[in-house]
Design a protein. Structure first.
Length: 367
């Protein structure tokens, strides 16, 4: 294998693919990136067996086609450290890859391309196109609510649901729930639900931009494949049944609070400084046109704060994990936030006052 490529053309996909590759691997080849040079194109592939990312760089001056795997992070670090001016030459000699750029020369160890695992192809069951910015918005609005290392493995990912006229993402860790959707004519005859693992959601999010350019999603029985520009991303799916999220959304709450989102977020963050380190609980006291926030901890320290809100109704005391509330404030875009409550034992429904494409449910806690 022998090829010449500009630093920027190599570095951009290499950094994306290095993010997929895990630092600690049981199989040494999984720490490597697969390089395939052919037809004036360089194809780079990285995988951790759960997700796979393929990037294509063209045009590339290929003198001699070939295939080899090299340590992903080392190659990425070398490219990042090189100057912008001179092109990079990659030459495979025996079991060593030589990297030359100007006066710099590096030699990397390699492993045969035959050892590199491929995500198996499977027949697609459904294909969908939607604007990148819409998928990015839905991921940003919901991914934070995914569980981490929960024994209920189906919570350690994000539900992607396709209906005939909308696409929805849902995430929950059992204490809070986040939902987002986009209206779209999908052509889907029957609703489809797949659970994308956390790693898949995070890595795919990095490829998306706030643009109208479409991302193509191909949903199979065991994999989700996304094509974004010159990248092809594949993620295994989590087997299992996602909870019925419609049953979790509280209905019929009679206490509706309108508040300035930024002011509420700042008030919660201030009070949260003195909340219990582990349970992060704060108590909200709701009265006519005022919301008071209280927190304390085992050291007998306490915080009291208040903010004006638009509320007419009975007073209410209710406790929440302050971190969950702040996460929702960060996910919402609008200036005003709408909170619907019913009693101290019922979950809060939190929405934007204007945009109905996202909603959040936060369970209360006893303090």
């Amino acid at each position: 294998m022998k090829l010449t490529i500009s630093r920027e053309s190599l570095l951009t996909p290499l950094q994306s693919i290095a993010g997929v590759v895990e630092k600690k691997q049981t199989m040494p080849v999984l720490s490597n990136v697969l390089l395939v040079a052919e037809d004036n194109t360089l194809i780079l592939t990285g995988t951790n067996m759960e997700v796979e990312l393929v990037g294509r760089v063209t045009p590339v001056h290929v003198d001699q086609p070939g295939r080899i795997t090299v340590p992903a992070r080392k190659l990425s670090d070398i490219c990042r450290a090189l100057g912008d001016d001179a092109p990079i030459e990659l030459v495979l000699e025996g079991d060593r890859l030589h990297i030359r750029c100007g006066a710099s020369h590096f030699t990397l160890s390699t492993l045969p391309a035959e050892h590199f695992p491929n995500v198996e192809d499977e027949p697609e069951s459904f294909r969908l196109e939607l604007p990148q910015k819409e998928l990015e918005r839905m991921f940003d609005a919901t991914a934070f609510a995914m569980a981490q290392q929960d024994v209920r493995y189906y919570l350690n990912g994000l539900l992607l649901e396709v209906d005939k006229d909308q696409v929805r993402t849902v995430a929950t860790d059992g204490h809070r729930l986040a939902m987002a959707h986009v209206e779209l004519d999908t052509g889907c005859a029957e609703p489809k639900q797949v659970i994308v693992p956390r790693k898949g959601v995070l890595e795919l999010s990095r490829l998306l931009d706030d643009v109208d350019t479409p991302v193509t999603l191909v949903i199979g029985d065991n994999h989700l494949r996304a094509t974004v520009g010159s990248y092809t991303f594949t993620s295994k799916l989590i087997e299992g049944k996602f909870p019925d999220y419609n049953r979790v959304v509280p209905r019929g709450g009679d206490k509706v609070v309108l508040a300035d989102r930024a002011t509420l977020k700042n008030t919660l963050q201030r009070a949260g400084i003195l909340s219990h380190e582990n349970i992060r609980g704060v108590r909200l006291n709701l009265a006519t046109n005022e919301l008071q926030v209280f927190a304390n901890n085992p050291d007998q320290e306490q915080a009291e704060d208040a903010l004006p809100v638009d509320y007419q109704g009975e007073s209410l005391q209710i406790g929440f994990n302050v971190g969950y509330l702040v996460d929702v404030m960060n996910a919402l875009d609008d200036e005003q936030v709408k909170i619907t409550l019913s009693n101290p034992n019922s979950s809060a429904l939190i929405e934007s006052q204007i945009d109905n494409r996202c909603l959040y449910v936060v369970m209360p806690m006893r303090l």
